[in-house]
Write a protein that binds this ligand. Structure first.
Ligand SMILES: NC(=O)c1ccc[n+]([C@@H]2O[C@H](COP(=O)([O-])OP(=O)(O)OC[C@H]3O[C@@H](n4cnc5c(N)ncnc54)[C@H](OP(=O)(O)O)[C@@H]3O)[C@@H](O)[C@H]2O)c1
Length: 320
């Protein structure tokens, strides 16, 4: 389990927070393990993570750029792409974590470079993209994944908080695309995957800023897919459901309590697989979309959410 330090504010995580899931009955106390036993535990055969198929070499020698590779889904994707032969350039603001991920990939025999960059800042995004392209000979795949939460009711959210969510999640993806595309146009090919969220499809009362930002990502993706499809560039959006990363895991919670919490949370919040995703499962979806297996797919929003947006469980009132 990923135990990286959680640097988001508590409100950052709220928009995806399990504690605020649409059917969650667990409050903050439950996060700390109180009252969890009442829900028992559930075995989840369906959808349980399985060992990855042997696909070494799918990205052999390809240049892969990832935003937000210091943690969670981006970190898992950086490792997975490198394991399949890619040369991975990734960014994030936390240099120590970035260097650690880079070291882990190299120690495992892969090739990766961490570049410190803040996705909100145009100069840093341009510098990051250009450095990855010049180091690895262009950009074959871009996974625009960096993002933050922002769970507050609109009237309780400051303009600065709203702007920060949009600057990171929406403008950050725009900036990345803006500077990735010229490299792909030169090569007349490329694949871009942008991390949206199931929250783009399924809002919550406190998800206005986050949902708006992730809907913006879908809009950007559709437009870019039309603009660059004729040039051989595919652009798709990935919509993960709630995923076990520092984005949703409260900082400092002991592993055992978190496991119990997840076991109680899943059946209440995810129709279908009844559990949250592991970062590696979302990363594998990103690799699939980036691979040559989907040459005719562009402008699409792909849900990878265990079924959570497929339906809505009908809970019948008791007949007393
Ligand atoms: N976990 C979920 O339940 C879930 C569900 C649906 C969608 N998502 C989306 O999935 C993506 C990855 O989230 P995660 O779950 O992996 O969360 P995470 O573990 O918190 O990772 C977020 C990543 O984004 C980076 N990032 C954030 N702000 C940045 C900035 N201004 N500049 C550069 N990098 C920045 C972080 O790096 P630094 O902090 O080092 O900058 C980190 O590497 C996000 O877009 C999120 O919205 C997550």
């Amino acid at each position: 389990m990923d135990t990286n330090a959680h640097t988001s504010t508590s409100s950052d995580a709220d928009a995806e927070s399990p504690a605020r899931g649409r059917r969650s009955v667990l409050g903050g106390a439950a996060v700390l393990g109180l009252g969890i036993a009442a829900f028992g535990t559930t075995a989840h055969a369906a959808g349980a993570p399985s060992r990855s198929r042997d696909k070494a070499g799918r990205f052999q020698g390809k240049s892969v750029l990832i935003t937000g590779g210091t943690s969670g889904i981006g970190r898992a994707a950086a490792k997975a792409f490198a394991l399949e032969g890619a040369h991975v350039g990734f960014c994030g603001r936390r240099a120590e974590l970035g260097r650690q991920v880079e070291r882990e990939i190299r120690d495992a025999g892969g090739e990766a470079t961490y570049i410190e960059a803040d996705i909100r800042l145009e100069d840093q995004v341009r510098g990051f993209v250009d450095r990855v392209a010049s180091r690895y000979g262009g950009i074959d795949v871009a996974f625009n994944n960096a993002g933050i939460g922002g769970g507050k009711l609109p009237h309780e959210m400051s303009v600065e908080e709203w702007d920060d969510v949009q600057a990171t999640n929406a403008r950050g993806v725009f900036l990345a695309i803006k500077y990735e595309i010229p490299h792909m146009l030169r090569a007349q090919r490329g694949v871009i995957i942008c991390t949206s969220s199931s929250a783009a499809e399924q809002a919550r009362p406190n998800s206005a800023a986050y949902t708006a930002s992730k809907r913006a990502v879908q809009g950007l993706v559709k437009s870019a897919a039309l603009a660059y499809g004729p040039k051989g560039i595919r652009v798709n959006a990935l919509l993960p459901g709630t995923t076990d990363t520092p984005f949703v895991r409260p900082p400092g919670i002991p592993d055992a309590d978190w496991v119990k919490y997840k076991q109680a949370w899943g059946p209440l919040n995810v129709d279908g697989f009844e559990r949250m995703a592991e970062a590696e499962e979302i990363a594998r979806a990103a690799l699939g979309l980036a691979s040559d297996d989907f040459p005719y797919m562009t402008g699409a929003s792909i849900s990878v959410d265990g079924g959570s947006t497929a339906g809505r469980r009908m809970i019948q009132p008791s007949r007393t």
